[in-house]
Design a binder for this molecule. Structure first.
Ligand code: HAM
Length: 426
């Protein structure tokens, strides 16, 4: 039996890969506009990074990591997300020492989570993410959200909802934590084993438990917004005021707690509101992680960012029937008949490509009719046709496929002829 692809992964084949390339190009383009620079970090990291960075009571760390020991006995993990790696790199490379702050970075790469595969949820997926480290200015929170919204819009998405919340600073989070413990403790035995373990360690995590989400105590749980201290409130107010200035509509959801432990202050998600998009509507998630850099051994540094998966982005584009603006066609197909002509076609093809013309020929010794069929299948705009006889006369016949118009051209002028046609098209 043929070996099958691992569950929760997918091959991205020609015909689809162009969508990915298009989206990646758009993401890079917008990062350039907002002055975020690309960073590439390893696909595996020390397991310790995610235990400390993402948090050892999160589902991601407890249940979803691909962790293995290498031959040297080190525990390594395929990255489940990009923020911890960026923070590690920021510390290791002493980026905090650069006079240009905040440090604004972006990444596009594979992430790995051992989740139950379903629509929009893969075990290997590609995240595009940005991180801005070194600023506590609420305008950068708004900038990060704006970049995500603008990217979606530039890709033709309109059915979007921005949901935002504040998790407050350390003091606010502590007050909320105490309130959560008081709320859940009397009936914690009605909750799953994971939640029971989380009660003392990290009660906030109970709020995003997938198993107990319908328990009546969930709906009445104390809201973080009631526990924000003055400073956190002022910060949050400024962030949402900036969003309004930028014309970004948002909803405040006090239940938005996010699934990773490093968040303080701003937390946000962008959802698709398209009908029939499926159960998982979150396209993008992010927030502020002011404790993370210190947690992994660096100096106290604030940070904010988001990540989105290209898989979910493509599904959202499909749900909104967005047309991808690329054509799957070639400029020119060389149809050659006879031994001499076929040999000559090799050099002609090379010269066409050198001139920037997307060109192809037959490699399977096909008859003329089959070669024309192949040219049609590739949606060639022009064919250059010649046999041994034409070659002797030093001419080729060039056919414009759409109109059927045919013209005889001197062999040595063929490349220039197609080049002129191509530039005329633009
Ligand atoms: P996250 O919410 O875990 O946050 O993931 C961000 C996005 O990655 C999700 O909104 C979704 O688009 C995508 N995603 C997550 N898991 C899967 C999956 N199994 N299959 C397909 N797509 C998935 C983070 O990862 C944070 N690092 C975001 C961040 C950056 N916060 C601050 N900076």
């Amino acid at each position: 039996m043929a070996i099958q692809i691992p569950r929760g992964t997918q091959d991205i084949l020609p015909g689809t890969v162009e969508k990915w390339q298009y989206i990646e190009a758009k993401a890079k383009e917008i990062c350039e506009l907002y002055n975020y620079k690309e960073i590439r970090t390893p696909i595996f990291e020390s397991t310790e990074l995610f235990l400390r960075g993402v948090g050892d009571t999160t589902d991601v760390v407890q249940k979803e990591m691909y962790t293995f020991e290498d031959r040297g006995g080190r525990s390594l993990t395929l990255r489940p997300e990009g923020t911890a790696s960026v923070a590690r790199s920021y510390v290791n490379n002493k980026m905090f020492g650069s006079p240009t702050q905040p440090t604004k970075l972006y990444y596009i790469g594979q992430m790995f989570r051992y989740e139950r595969p379903q629509a929009g949820r893969f075990r290997q997926f590609v995240q595009f993410g940005i991180e801005a480290l070194g600023s506590n200015d609420p305008s950068i929170d708004a900038e990060v959200i704006a970049l995500a919204v603008e990217l979606y819009k530039s890709l033709g998405l309109n059915n979007l909802k921005v949901v935002i919340n504040s998790l407050g600073d350390k003091e606010s989070r502590q007050a909320h934590r105490d309130a959560l413990i008081n709320h859940f403790q009397p009936r914690i035995n009605e909750f799953c084993g994971d939640c029971q373990g989380r009660l003392e360690k990290n009660p906030l995590r109970i709020l995003d438990c997938k198993k107990d989400r319908d328990h009546e105590l969930m709906a009445t749980a104390p809201s973080i917004l009631d526990y924000l201290n003055e400073e956190s409130k002022v910060y949050f107010d400024k962030v949402v005021a900036y969003l309004s200035t930028l014309g970004i509509q948002y909803e405040i959801d006090p239940n938005l707690v996010r699934g990773l432990d490093y968040y303080y202050h701003t937390a946000f998600e962008i959802m698709s509101t398209s009908e029939g998009f499926g159960a998982i509507t979150t396209l993008c998630g992010g927030g502020r992680y002011n404790g993370l850099v210190q947690e992994i051994g660096g100096p106290e540094t604030p940070g904010i960012g988001f990540a989105l998966s290209i898989e979910r982005l493509i599904s959202a584009m499909e749900a909104e029937n967005v047309k991808f603006p690329f054509e799957d066609s070639i400029d020119c197909y060389v149809v050659a008949l006879g031994d001499k002509a076929k040999e000559t076609a090799v050099k002609l093809l090379f010269d066409l490509r050198k001139a920037g013309i997307v060109a192809e020929k037959d490699y399977q010794d096909k008859k003329m009719k089959a070669q024309f069929k192949a040219a049609d299948r590739l949606q060639a705009k022009y064919t250059i046709v010649f046999g041994d006889d034409e070659l002797e006369k030093g001419v080729v016949s060039i056919k414009e496929m759409e109109t059927g118009e045919q013209q005889e051209v001197a062999f040595e002028d063929a490349v220039a002829f197609i080049t002129a046609k191509k530039s005329g098209e633009r």
